[in-house]
Ligand binder design. Structure first.
Ligand code: SF4
Ligand code: SF4
Length: 448
């Protein structure tokens, strides 16, 4: 039987589709788009433009065309989940799922809980358990998984088994690696699985900067690995996005930001990512991460300036609080903290958390609880609708959602507003009401 073109999950606002070719969710936004999706999925009928509701008639022809152009036709869609809950998603959109915490580096800011970093492989999930997790994710309608670690390339056979299990259950994988073990052969094996993105973590544009964080010799090895990856991508004609990611301190300078973008450009990557360092794991006690507010926003402005100027390499920045960079999380919400709502994480021994950075917040384990049970009936619920009044009454709340819980916790109160609150810092907030498209491709604009 041919693979379905789309996978559908039913939500309280209607159908949400996953498109494996673009690795993205598609959500209808206008009533005509909602109606069109319903006609295809529930009635098995491809609507014509003049059969769609008239309140956004301007979009009706676009919607009908989109359905045809994207083969969104009766029979092309497999329904994976029909469990709408009023006001909340039926499942996360992304799951960060690691199979090892073993690593060959010892980065000074690693978010991994120090005691987890030494976990023996013998207690980590087996290949059969990994397959079982992917099966559950597919049934729940979670089609996006991010793999980090630990360092997944240290266990190439488990990595291949992991990627094969994801393929089997039609789940799109993005992976982050330190790049130091990426041979040409391993790069080909990885890219052969059609990942959405492979990101190599490099924390500076030269060895001096990077190796202060990642250890002596790490820069040279990571660049070599990245070159192997890019060569393999070219040889295979792969569509996988190749990115480099800098986990930056708020005091990063404009020169360092520009230098990192130029590094990506000179290496020929598709994307340059900037990810703000959070006060978690090895960096839990780092006060600068919650206090250097003007420097943080100056850095975001510089990243945004370079992103606007760049027409060859895509540049992305941190999204929480999201004041500078685009990306919205459907009409449910906007940016802001996704922990326990659009995101859940599973570590290498099966512990489930709302966010990988929340080392003390284990809400279940895949060896003893189903993922659905954890998502609906665990302490994870305490993360829904409990923001302090200072945020819930804020005009920017639907955009910001209180910022980052990990930073708030480091500042002393898990549910208080982010110590880097963008409003307090005088930032312009972009509000939810600005959208007017019939449907949109929906990513999870969040990067750890
Ligand atoms: S008060 Fe600050 S942190 Fe809270 S929602 Fe508003 S902008 Fe975000
Ligand atoms: S905003 Fe902070 S707490 Fe929320 S998901 Fe991101 S890193 Fe985790």
């Amino acid at each position: 039987m041919p693979a379905p073109r789309f996978f559908a999950r039913e939500e309280f606002f209607g159908w949400l589709l996953f498109d494996p070719r673009t690795h993205q969710y598609v959500v209808p936004v206008t009533s005509a788009a909602i109606c069109a999706f319903r006609r295809v999925i529930e009635d098995g009928d491809l609507p014509l433009a003049d059969e769609l509701p008239g309140d956004d008639r301007d979009h009706a022809a676009d919607i009908a065309r989109w359905l045809r152009d994207n083969d969104c036709i009766p029979g092309s869609i497999r329904i994976s989940c029909r469990a709408p809950k009023p006001g909340m998603l039926s499942a996360p959109l992304n799951v960060y799922f690691d199979f090892t915490s073993i690593c060959n580096l010892a980065c000074t800011m690693c978010y991994d809980e120090p005691k987890r970093a030494g976990t023996k492989r013998s207690s980590e999930l087996t290949v059969a358990e990994i397959d079982g997790v992917f099966a559950q994710l597919g049934e729940m309608g979670v089609f996006r998984v991010d793999l980090a670690g630990g360092e997944p390339t240290l266990l190439p056979d488990v990595l291949e088994a992991y990627l094969a299990a994801a393929d089997k259950h039609h789940i799109s994988v993005s992976m982050t690696t330190n790049g130091t073990r990426l041979s040409y052969d391993l790069s080909r094996r990885i890219l052969g699985h059609g990942l959405k993105t492979v990101t190599v973590s490099i924390d500076g544009h030269d060895a001096g900067m990077n190796d202060r964080v990642r250890g002596a010799g790490a820069f040279e090895k990571a660049v070599l690995g990245l070159q192997n990856l890019l060569t393999a991508k070219r040889d295979l004609g792969s569509d996988t996005v190749i990115a480099i990611k800098n986990t930056f301190r708020p005091t990063i300078t404009a020169e360092e930001i520009g230098g990192f973008v130029e590094l990506g450009r000179s290496l020929g990557v598709d994307k340059v990512k900037f990810n703000s360092m959070r006060p978690s794991g090895e960096a839990a006690a780092d006060r600068e991460l919650i206090s250097a507010v003007p420097a943080y926003y100056a850095a975001l402005r510089e990243m945004k300036r370079l992103a606007d100027l760049s027409d060859d390499v895509e540049i992305s920045g941190p999204v929480n609080p999201a004041t500078c960079f685009g990306g919205r999380i459907s009409h449910l919400t906007d940016w802001g903290c996704v922990a326990g709502k659009e995101l859940m994480t599973i570590d290498s021994i099966g512990n489930v958390r709302p966010c990988s950075m929340m080392n003390d917040f284990v809400v279940g384990n895949v060896r003893s609880n189903s993922l659905r049970e954890i998502y609906f009936n665990s302490r994870i619920n305490s993360l829904r609708n409990v923001e302090k009044a200072e945020c819930s009454s804020c005009s920017a709340f639907m955009t910001c959602r209180g910022g980052c819980r990990v930073r708030s916790q480091a500042a002393g109160d898990f549910f208080a507003k982010d110590p880097l609150c963008p409003k307090d810092a005088g930032q312009d907030m972009v509000h939810a009401a600005e959208r007017a498209r019939p449907f949109q491709y929906l990513g999870l604009p969040h990067s750890l």
